[in-house]
Design a protein around this ligand. Structure first.
Ligand SMILES: *Cc1c(COP(=O)(O)O)cnc(C)c1O
Length: 436
C-alpha cells in the first residue's frame, strides 16, 4: 500500500531560494532530483547511519555523501581529530607533519603505490594523473570506457560515438572538439575493441583509464580475466594503465581494487573515502613515475589548499579506523546478508530485479539479466521503476541517491536494526513498484 508523502515544505522553500542563487538550485547536478519525484531534500544534520532534513524527517542514509562516509556521518574519531587540528589554524600553504602522517598511513599499507600527491578532489586527481601519463609516455591519446566516470575534466567528458572504436564526442558543451579527439572511447568488457584501438593508434596511446569497479553508471562489474587482459595489453604497448579508484579505493578493502584483483596499475587515483568527508583527492604511482611531477619533474601540478591540514586530519582519523582488524570483513558480511535477503524476497515474488554487489556497494537493477557489464546493458526504461521505488523509500525513511544509475553504500555505522528496517521498507516499496 502506498503511504502519504512526507512533508517537504521547508526543503521546497530552501530549494526555491537556492534556484535564485545557483543554476538549478544546486552546486552539483545530480542533487537536483531530476530523475526522481519531489524537490531535493535539504539536509540539516547527520549522525551515524541517519540524516535529518530541514523539515525534521529522519532517514537511514545509503548515499553516504556519494561514498566518502564509510564510517557513517559525524564519526566521533573524525570529528574530534578535525576539531583538534582546527584549533591550530586551517591552512598555511606550507608543509605540515599531517601530510606525512596521512601519506605514511596510506603508503605503509598499500603495496601498489610508492609515492603520492594530495589534491583537493577526485576530478583534480584524475586530471593530474592523465597529465602525468602523457608527460611520462610523451604520447597524447588516452583510452577510456563508456560507462566509467572520471570527474568533470575536459578530456574525460566524452562519450562513445557509433562504431567499435571511436573518438569521443563531447558529453558537455564547452569542450573543444580537438580535446575530445585525443580521447578514444570503447565499450567495457570488449577485448576486440581494445585491441583494435591499439592497432588503429599504434604507439599513440599514453594511458588506458578505467574504474576497475565501475560504480558511477550502475555497477558494471568486470571480470578478472578482462582486467588482466588490460594490464597485459598496456604493458605490451608501452601504455600506462590508470586505475581510477576514487570510488573503489579504501572501499572494497584498504588497498582498493588493485588488491581485490591483484593487478599492479601504473597510476592510481583516489578521492572520496580518503578525505573522511572533507575535500581530498590523491594520485600515486612508483617513485620513478611520481618523480616526473614538479618540482622534481617536468609535469606541472599545484594546489593552494592541497594537503590542507584540516582535510588531512579527517583522512588520518578515518583511514586509521579502516585499518582496525576485521573492519572490512564485518562490513562486507553485513552487506552480503542484506543483499541476500532482498534477493530471496525478489525470487519468491518473481520480481524482475537484480541486486549487484561488491564489498559494501550495492545497486538495484530492474532487469532479468544475469550480468550487466556494459553501459548498453542498462535499459533506460527500467529507471521508471527506480523512480517509484525511490519515492516509496523516501516516504518510509530510507534515503538512496536520487538516480537509478547511482549505487548505494553501507557504512560501518549501519546497524543490523537499520538494515532490518530498510529491508521491510524495500519489500513494501517493491510490492508497490510491481503493483502487488
Ligand atoms: C567521484 C568520482 C570522481 C570525481 O571525484 P570528485 O571528487 O567528485 O571530483 C572521479 N572518478 C571516480 C571513479 C569517481 O567515483
Amino acid at each position: 500500500m502506498s503511504i502519504p508523502d512526507i512533508s517537504r515544505a521547508k526543503s521546497a522553500e530552501l530549494y526555491e531560494k537556492a534556484k535564485t542563487y545557483f543554476p538549478g538550485g544546486v552546486n552539483s547536478p545530480v542533487r537536483a532530483f531530476k530523475s526522481v519525484y519531489g524537490t531535493p531534500l535539504f539536509i540539516d544534520k547527520g549522525d551515524g547511519s541517519h540524516i535529518w532534513d530541514a523539515d525534521g524527517n529522519e532517514f537511514i542514509d545509503f548515499c553516504c555523501s556519494w561514498g566518502p562516509l564509510i564510517l557513517g556521518h559525524n564519526h566521533p574519531a573524525v570529528r574530534n581529530k578535525v576539531i583538534e587540528v582546527m584549533q591550530k589554524g586551517m591552512s598555511f600553504g606550507a608543509p605540515t607533519a599531517l601530510e606525512n602522517e596521512l601519506a605514511e598511513l596510506i603508503l605503509g599499507n598499500n603495496k601498489y603505490i610508492k609515492k603520492i600527491r594530495f589534491v583537493s578532489s577526485g576530478t583534480e586527481a584524475v586530471m593530474s594523473a592523465i597529465r602525468l601519463a602523457r608527460g611520462y609516455t610523451k604520447r597524447d591519446k588516452i583510452l577510456k570506457f563508456e560507462g566509467c566516470y572520471h570527474g568533470h575534466t575536459d578530456a574525460l567528458l566524452v562519450k562513445a560515438g557509433s562504431g567499435l572504436v571511436t573518438f569521443g564526442e563531447t558529453s558537455s558543451a564547452g569542450i573543444p572538439k580537438a580535446f575530445a579527439d585525443e580521447t578514444i572511447v570503447v565499450a567495457l568488457n570488449d577485448k576486440d575493441a581494445v585491441l583494435k584501438a591499439f592497432e588503429d593508434f599504434k604507439d599513440q596511446i599514453a594511458v588506458v583509464i578505467i574504474e576497475p569497479i565501475p560504480a558511477n553508471n550502475g555497477l558494471l562489474l568486470q571480470t578478472q580475466d578482462y582486467l588482466d587482459f588490460l594490464r597485459e595489453t598496456c604493458t605490451q604497448n608501452g601504455t600506462m594503465l590508470l586505475f581510477d579508484e576514487v570510488i573503489s579505493g579504501f572501499r572494497v578493502g584498504f588497498e582498493g581494487a588493485a588488491a581485490y584483483y591483484n593487478i599492479q596499475p601504473d597510476i592510481i587515483t583516489y578521492g572520496k573515502i580518503i578525505g573522511g568527508g572533507l575535500p581530498v583527492g590523491a594520485y600515486g604511482a612508483s617513485a620513478e613515475v611520481m618523480d616526473h611531477i614538479s618540482p622534481v619533474g617536468s609535469v606541472y601540478q599545484a594546489g593552494t589548499l592541497s594537503g590542507n591540514p584540516v582535510a588531512m586530519a579527517a583522512g588520518i582519523a578515518q583511514l586509521s579506523e579502516l585499518l582496525q582488524p576485521g573492519f572490512y570483513e564485518q562490513l562486507h558480511a553485513k552487506t552480503a546478508d542484506f543483499v541476500k535477503a532482498i534477493e530471496a524476497f525478489v525470487a519468491e515474488r518473481g520480481y524482475e530485479l537484480r541486486v549487484f554487489t561488491i564489498g559494501s556497494i550495492f545497486w538495484f537493477a530492474f532487469t532479468d539479466r544475469e550480468s550487466i557489464s556494459t553501459a548498453d546493458d542498462i535499459d533506460p526504461a527500467s529507471m521508471l521503476k527506480f523512480k517509484v521505488m525511490h519515492r516509496e523509500l523516501i516516504n518510509r525513511g530510507i534515503y538512496l541517491g536520487p538516480s537509478g544509475y547511482e549505487v548505494g553504500f553501507i557504512s560501518s555505522a549501519h546497524t543490523i536494526a537499520d538494515l532490518e528496517t530498510t529491508k521491510t521498507a524495500i519489500f513494501d516499496s517493491l510490492d508497490i513498484v510491481f503493483n502487488n
